[in-house]
Design a protein around this ligand. Structure first.
Ligand code: HEC
Ligand code: HEC
Length: 84
C-alpha cells in the first residue's frame, strides 16, 4: 500500500468516527432514574417504539415541556439514547 493510501484511509476513519460519535455526545440520554428506568426494560423487551408511546404523557407543554428550541420530536429514542 502506498503511503498516500494509508493517509486517505486514516483520514476517512477519523471522519466516520467523528460523525458516528456526534449525536451520542451531544444529545442527553434518557436518565436512568426512578421515572425513566422502566423504559429501559420496555426498550429491552418490546423495543423503542413501545417505550416512546409514554414519553409524551409527561413531556408535553403542560407537564415537563421540551425546550423551546427542541428539534422534531417524533421518535424520541433515535436521539435520546437508552444505554445501560
Ligand atoms: C412519568 C413522567 C415522565 C415520562 C413518562 C417520561 N419522562 Fe422524561 N423526564 C421527566 C421528568 C420529571 C424529567 C426531569 C427530571 C429528571 O431528569 O428525571 C425528565 C427528564 C428527561 C430528560 C432530560 C434528562 C436530563 O439529563 O436533563 C430526557 C432526555 C427525557 N426525560 C426523555 C424521556 C423519554 C425519551 C421518555 C420516553 C421514553 C420520557 N422521558 C418519559 C418525566 C417523564
Ligand atoms: C432529532 C433528535 C431529537 C428527537 C427526535 C427528540 N429529541 Fe429531545 N432533544 C434533542 C436535542 C438536540 C435536545 C437539546 C440538547 C440536549 O438535550 O442535549 C433535546 C432536549 C430534550 C429535553 C431537555 C433536556 C434538558 O436539557 O433538560 C427533553 C426532556 C427531551 N429532549 C425529550 C424528548 C422527548 C420526550 C422526545 C420525543 C417526544 C424527544 N426529546 C425527541 C434531540 C431530539
Amino acid at each position: 500500500m502506498k503511503k498516500r493510501d494509508i493517509i486517505l484511509l486514516v483520514g476517512a476513519a477519523i471522519i466516520i468516527g467523528v460523525l458516528w460519535m456526534a449525536p451520542e455526545e451531544s444529545t442527553k440520554r434518557v436518565p436512568k432514574d426512578e421515572i425513566h428506568s422502566r423504559f429501559y426494560d420496555i426498550v429491552k423487551n418490546d423495543g423503542k417504539k413501545a417505550a416512546e408511546k409514554f414519553c409524551e404523557d409527561c413531556h408535553n407543554p403542560n407537564d415537563v415541556p421540551l425546550p423551546a428550541d427542541h428539534p422534531a420530536k417524533f421518535r424520541c429514542l433515535f436521539c435520546h439514547k437508552v444505554i445501560e
